[in-house]
Design a protein around this ligand. Structure first.
Ligand code: PLP
Length: 451
């Protein structure tokens, strides 16, 4: 029977059968230094040894409203009691999926009114591409299929989403989408801009897009997929005006602009959606997941424009795409309750203040010797560690600086996510100013310990 009160030893014995994600499986075989998280409340989680830890990564950039919210638990329970499962295949629908699709359409930019539900950000990204391929087929443009994404991007782990992700993640793995994806340059000013000003760097990135369109041919390119702020690529905020200018060039070439808002939507940057409110763009498709349910249930949404929906819903073809759990009633109920909390508590608005406090408190760490850059926005932040601040020389892999700093922070009661030489902080959005200050202190002590 399911027993959530196992001891650490019991968990780690059973865990020998679990294949973890993005893990060094060989190291895990030898290493018992794993953390079993057994409980969550508010901004904190608790491990199987009883340690209280600030959840500095919000689960995985997702637990936006905090852990243990009774409103969401009640909504999911009520839904399961009423209707455990039904599909949204064929002509079936149900109240939870219907209500959530209407709610999302009301929050998304004005022309995005049709929602396809899936269960993960990866599948949402695959769905957007499949829809756009079908859209182009419907318009008699069967060659308009290539995808532009970017070095540094993370779009997921299905075969197609991984092909759109930065090639680094595919080392030793294959792609089923050979020749389909072209990676544009990464908008990481710290690493890529050299002596360029911000405006020059923007021009350099726009030229890269223009050159790609020129060489591939606009008639062969379906879409440009981009995260408003790159997450797993190291928390990269692009130069001012980047998304708007990239979107304009795409529009001139009938290339659809797909915003991967799996992380950036639902409050993390101080708005329900970042595309329009933060970056002034109106994508043709927005994909989102994570904060949509705050992770309480697996759910993603591909939100498409009226123009795309009109084409794919014309007479003369079927929408041949579907996952059993698309719009699962319990997940949709979690999404509704989660958005309800965000609206009633004014969480995105609160983040406009507390997110800035968080940002500033982390930026203060830039006075430390090995902190090369602190970057990001609101509750989406990254700290890049360097061996030499002047030359930006990186630590070699064996230093495992990010990992050691994350371990030092965990000892002090904070979970941060190591990503090579970068520490990622993407906490719950409910942190108080005291908790934010404590995170700053823990990080300073942890970085000092490893330095
Ligand atoms: N897109 C972005 C920007 C992400 O950060 C992630 C996951 O971290 C994904 C897509 C994939 O989402 P999922 O892990 O739910 O498949």
């Amino acid at each position: 029977n399911f027993n959530p009160t196992l001891t650490t030893d019991e968990i780690l014995t059973k865990d020998a059968h679990l294949i973890q994600s993005f893990a060094n499986l060989d190291a895990l075989k030898q290493d018992s230094a794993r953390t079993a998280i057994v409980r969550g409340k508010g901004a904190y989680v608790y491990d199987s040894e009883g340690n209280e830890l600030i959840d500095g990564i919000g689960g995985l950039w997702c637990v936006n409203v905090g852990h243990g919210r009774q409103e969401i638990i009640d909504a999911v329970t009520a839904q399961l009691q009423q209707l455990d499962y039904y599909s949204t295949f064929y002509n079936f629908t149900h109240p939870a999926a219907a209500m959530l699709s209407e709610k999302i359409a009301s929050l998304a930019p004005g022309h995005l009114n049709s929602v396809y539900f899936s269960n993960s950000g990866s599948v949402a990204n695959d769905t957007a591409v499949r829809m756009l391929h079908h859209y182009n087929n419907r318009l008699g443009r069967p060659k308009k299929k290539k995808i532009l994404s970017r070095i540094g991007a993370y779009h997921g782990s299905t075969h197609l989403a991984m092909a759109m992700t930065t090639p680094l993640y595919s080392e030793g793995w294959d792609t089923a989408a050979e020749g389909l994806v072209h990676h544009l340059k990464c908008p990481n000013a710290y690493r890529e801009a050299g002596d360029m000003t911000e405006a020059e760097f923007l021009d350099f990135l726009l030229d890269d897009l223009r050159e790609a369109i020129e060489s591939l041919g606009a008639e062969n390119i379906a879409c440009f997929v981009a995260e408003p702020v790159m997450g797993a690529g190291g928390v990269i905020v692009p130069p001012e005006g980047y998304h708007k200018r990239m979107a304009d060039i795409c529009a001139q070439n009938e290339i659809k602009f797909v915003a991967d808002e799996v992380v950036t939507a639902f409050g993390r940057l101080g708005h329900m959606f970042a595309s329009e409110d933060v970056f002034g763009t109106q994508p043709d498709i927005i994909n989102t997941a994570k904060g949509l349910t705050s992770g309480y249930q697996p759910l993603a949404a591909t939100i498409v424009s009226d123009e795309i929906y009109d084409v794919i819903s014309r007479p003369g073809g079927m929408f041949l795409h579907g996952m059993t759990y698309s719009g699962h009633p319990a997940a949709a109920a979690a999404g509704l309750a989660n958005i309800g909390i965000m609206e009633s508590e004014g969480l995105p608005q609160q983040v406009q203040t507390t997110g800035k406090v968080f940002e500033n408190s982390l930026r203060a760490l830039e006075d430390m010797d090995i902190v090369g850059e602190v970057r990001g926005s609101h509750f989406m932040m990254g700290i890049e560690f360097v061996k030499d601040k002047e030359t930006k020389e990186v630590f070699s892999d064996e230093h495992q600086v990010g990992l050691r700093i994350a371990q030092a922070a965990q000892k002090r009661g904070l979970i941060a996510r190591p990503l090579g030489n970068i520490a990622i902080l993407s906490p719950t959005l409910i942190l108080t100013e005291e908790e934010i200050a404590r995170i700053g202190v823990i990080l300073r002590e942890s970085i000092a310990e490893v330095t």
